[in-house]
Design a protein around this ligand. Structure first.
Ligand SMILES: Cc1cc2nc3c(=O)[nH]c(=O)nc-3n(C[C@H](O)[C@H](O)[C@H](O)COP(=O)(O)OP(=O)(O)OC[C@H]3O[C@@H](n4cnc5c(N)ncnc54)[C@H](O)[C@@H]3O)c2cc1C
Length: 441
């Protein structure tokens, strides 16, 4: 289905439906604009004094709006929650989003890995375009107001309470986001609203989040980014997952795309921890370790031969200099410290055992993971409103009629690369469209 144009289409013969959208982030702005364009009177309420605060910081301020991946690859990028999105993506997918953005004056460009960004490279242009769509369609904005409770009577959502005052509506769309980056306004309050409607909340845990490590040498490398490396994650010695790509050393540990990717496989472990009362994700005692392979493109034999050749050909050169052909210079002091080998040892003095030790450091540099960075640094929240209790075609609650959900408040979370924003926009569109088309009871 192609996205609706951003102008209002009022039908004067029908009573105008009133729809409240709680939260005006990526999904809420899309839901509000879509519902208003379909003829509803929409009241958009946000606890923040301006809209789309998180949207503005996405993609380091450049906003990776979506990905050119196929629908099947999109579904895969959401793991267990992916199947739920079939019906949603059938109604509004990446081509629809790009077309809508173009209509709103935002051209996009594709970059590495199919990631799409506004051509201006400014997330503000995406936020402003969606906000303009809302205002042009007549959305009534109520900013700096936090929704405290849903008003539910006889299994029907009748409105919301703000500062104890009732605002009535024919439908309410909850688009309050998750719990990560709480300064942007996503503080998990949507879970409380949904609990009041008797919805089950799958325990929210931080995901796409960096790791803290205990090795002190890591701090010396703060700022060093390594491309084409491989990181393996272990739990009590058992390998959980491997990721290939870019890693960044920081003052606290490791970050970067492959670290964020690997953090996703910890979700079940973190959830178990939380549910059993261990809630300090920054200081866990989980037996989590990692190994960094700096030369994943080479086999063990190739690395052994390469090292041997370097030592044979540079018999009179010192080890510090020889390692320059293999490593970024800031890593050399770390290698020397960890191997216990003297920098001025020359090539022909290096024994087979020492060569093997260097080979191990090159392919399995050990890291001890002591915890995650806090919620303030998690890109998404894993967990949220249980999907079985939401109609995947309309995003209406199966428990309370007239109540809809959109965005990260649902138990859906995807990889980095534009997947999460597309899910927010698509669920926002479907919730807005369904709420506006629902017959008033
Ligand atoms: C640093 C960072 C970078 C990211 N970059 C990307 C990227 O480039 N591409 C990508 O695909 N994804 C990215 N993401 C993820 C993406 O931003 C989120 O998945 C997406 O914004 C979720 O949209 P949402 O509408 O569900 O929630 P949000 O955008 O979090 O919006 C929720 C809104 O609800 C409001 N609210 C909450 N509770 C209430 C209440 N009780 N009453 C009233 N208002 C309320 C909040 O103030 C907020 O405005 C990034 C996330 C972070 C943190």
């Amino acid at each position: 289905m192609i996205a609706s144009p951003p102008q209002s289409r009022y039908n004067l013969d029908m009573p105008q439906k009133i729809i409240i959208v709680v939260g005006l982030g990526a999904s809420g702005l899309m839901a509000a604009g879509t519902a208003a364009a379909a003829g509803a009177h929409v009241i958009g309420i946000d606890g923040q004094t301006y809209t789309g605060r998180k949207l503005l910081i996405t993609g380091s301020g450049r906003c990776n709006v979506t990905n050119s991946a196929s629908r099947e690859d999109f579904i895969k990028a959401f793991g267990a929650g992916g199947k739920f999105l079939y019906g949603v993506f059938n109604q509004f997918f990446s081509p629809d989003l790009l077309k809508l953005l173009k209509t709103l004056g935002v051209d996009t460009v594709e970059e590495r890995g199919g990631r799409l960004y506004p051509a201006s490279q400014k997330s503000k242009d995406v936020r402003d375009a969606l906000l303009n769509m809302c205002t042009a369609a007549g959305v009534e904005l109520r900013l700096g107001q936090k929704v405290e409770q849903l008003v539910i009577e006889g299994g029907v959502c009748k409105g919301v309470l703000v500062a104890g005052k009732l605002t009535e509506a024919d439908a309410v769309i909850v688009a309050t986001g998750g719990k990560s980056y709480p300064l942007t306004g996503s503080v998990g309050s949507g879970y409380e609203l949904a609990r009041h409607a008797k919805h089950v909340i799958v325990t929210p845990v931080p995901s796409l989040v960096p790791f803290e490590v205990s090795e002190s040498w890591v701090k010396e490398l703060s700022g060093l980014a390594l491309k084409n490396v491989e990181l393996s994650l272990f739990h009590n010695g058992k390998q959980l997952a491997v990721a290939f790509g870019e890693l960044l050393f920081t003052h606290f540990g490791v970050s970067g795309p492959i670290v964020l990717e690997l953090s996703q496989c910890l979700v079940p472990i973190l959830r178990q921890m939380w549910d059993s009362g261990h809630r300090d994700f920054q200081h866990w005692n989980l037996g989590m370790t990692a190994e960094l392979n700096l030369k994943p493109a080479l086999s063990a034999t190739q690395i052994r031969d390469r090292l041997q050749r370097e030592f044979d050909q540079n018999g009179k050169k010192n080890l510090g200099n020889i390692l320059k052909t293999l490593l970024p210079s800031s890593l050399i002091p770390v290698f020397l410290k960890l191997s216990g080998m003297a920098e001025d040892k020359v090539g022909h003095q290096i024994s087979a055992a020492e060569r093997t030790q260097l080979q191990t450091l090159l392919t399995a540099l050990p890291l001890t993971l002591t915890g995650l960075r806090p919620w303030e640094e998690a890109v998404v929240t894993a967990g949220g409103i249980k999907l079985k209790e939401v109609d995947p075609k309309t995003l209406e609650s199966k428990l309370v009629s007239g109540l809809y959900f959109a965005g990260e408040v649902l138990d859906i979370q995807g990889d980095t690369g534009g997947y999460n924003l597309q899910a927010a926009f698509s669920t926002g569109y479907v919730a807005g469209h369904s709420a506006a088309s629902q017959t008033i009871t």
